[in-house]
Write a protein that binds this ligand. Structure first.
Ligand SMILES: NC(=O)c1ccc[n+]([C@@H]2O[C@H](COP(=O)([O-])OP(=O)(O)OC[C@H]3O[C@@H](n4cnc5c(N)ncnc54)[C@H](O)[C@@H]3O)[C@@H](O)[C@H]2O)c1
Length: 248
């Protein structure tokens, strides 16, 4: 029998994290789920189990580096060698740049940037001893041209791409691949920041080449590709999943 292998998904209570965890479970991985929202985590855990995989739901505040370390420890102890890390959690408070208090900026950096670093380091330290693995960071279409009132968020998403390249360069010799997925506009909780949802949908469809909204599963399938063996010679790349809005 093959040894069980584990994936860890941060922000697994959110829409895209939920779909990603379910897809990795369907791919045959046991999945550790990290989020601060315990109820949402349980919903994702149920989905993972329905796919026939083991789920480890760990309520975790990703601003806490020690908590991330201990979640990675529990993942390897309870699910087996960590093969895949998906750094997916994010916060996106909307406020004009000139009005953003430093504390809010620091919160965004802590979740969207520092936690990606901490989780990647904790995961890679284990992957180097177990034959390698795959790390996927989640960026955002907004990093290309900015977005009104989201400066802190946008800057952390650019950082996800640079982190991806830096780690891919350094970890390749350890057979650890590091890639990035940059989602366009998916209809999830993230859209609640827009005051006029219908107007926003029109705006999205005007800009996309594909004239329909993306589904979270269509993001998850690209993460699955980068996480798995079909992309074994791909590292340091960013894949845009945006229905042809930005073509980079
Ligand atoms: N939905 C979109 O259209 C879209 C577009 C571009 C990029 N993205 C990116 O995709 C990823 C997932 O987005 P989503 O739409 O599923 O968002 P979401 O808000 O539904 O999910 C984010 C999850 O992160 C969790 N989280 C936030 N702060 C945390 C903390 N301190 N500790 C633990 N968990 C915390 C939240 O509880 C939530 O479950 C994010 O990185 C986001 O930037 C999404």
């Amino acid at each position: 029998m093959n040894q069980p292998q584990a994936a860890l998904v941060t922000g697994a209570g959110g829409a895209l994290g939920h779909a990603t965890a379910a897809r990795l479970a369907a791919d045959g991985l046991d999945v550790a789920l990290l989020d601060r929202d315990t109820e949402a985590l349980e919903r994702t855990a149920e989905e993972v189990r329905k796919a026939g995989a083991r789920a480890l739901a760990l309520t975790t505040d990703l601003r806490d580096a020690a908590a991330i370390e201990s979640a990675v420890d529990r993942t390897t102890a309870e699910l087996g060698p960590l093969r895949v890390l998906v750094n997916n959690a994010a916060v996106y408070p909307a406020r004009p740049f000139l009005e953003v208090p430093l504390s809010e900026y620091e919160e965004v950096v802590a979740v969207n940037q520092r936690a990606y670093w901490v989780a990647a380091q904790a995961a890679a330290r284990r992957m180097t001893t177990t034959g390698g693995g795959s790390i996927v960071n989640i960026a955002s279409i907004t990093m290309h041209g900015g977005w009104d009132s989201l400066a802190a968020y946008v800057s952390t998403k650019g950082a996800a791409v640079s982190l991806t390249r830096a780690l891919a360069r350094e970890l390749g010799r350890e057979e650890i691949r590091v890639n990035c997925v940059s989602p366009g506009a998916f209809p999830t909780a993230a859209e609640e920041i827009h005051e006029d949802p219908e107007g926003y949908t029109r705006h999205v469809l005007d800009h996309q080449a594909l004239k329909r909204r993306g589904r979270p599963e269509e993001l998850a399938s690209v993460v699955s590709f980068l996480a798995g063996p079909d992309s074994s010679f791909v590292t340091g790349q960013t894949l845009e999943v945006n229905g042809g809005w930005v073509m980079a």
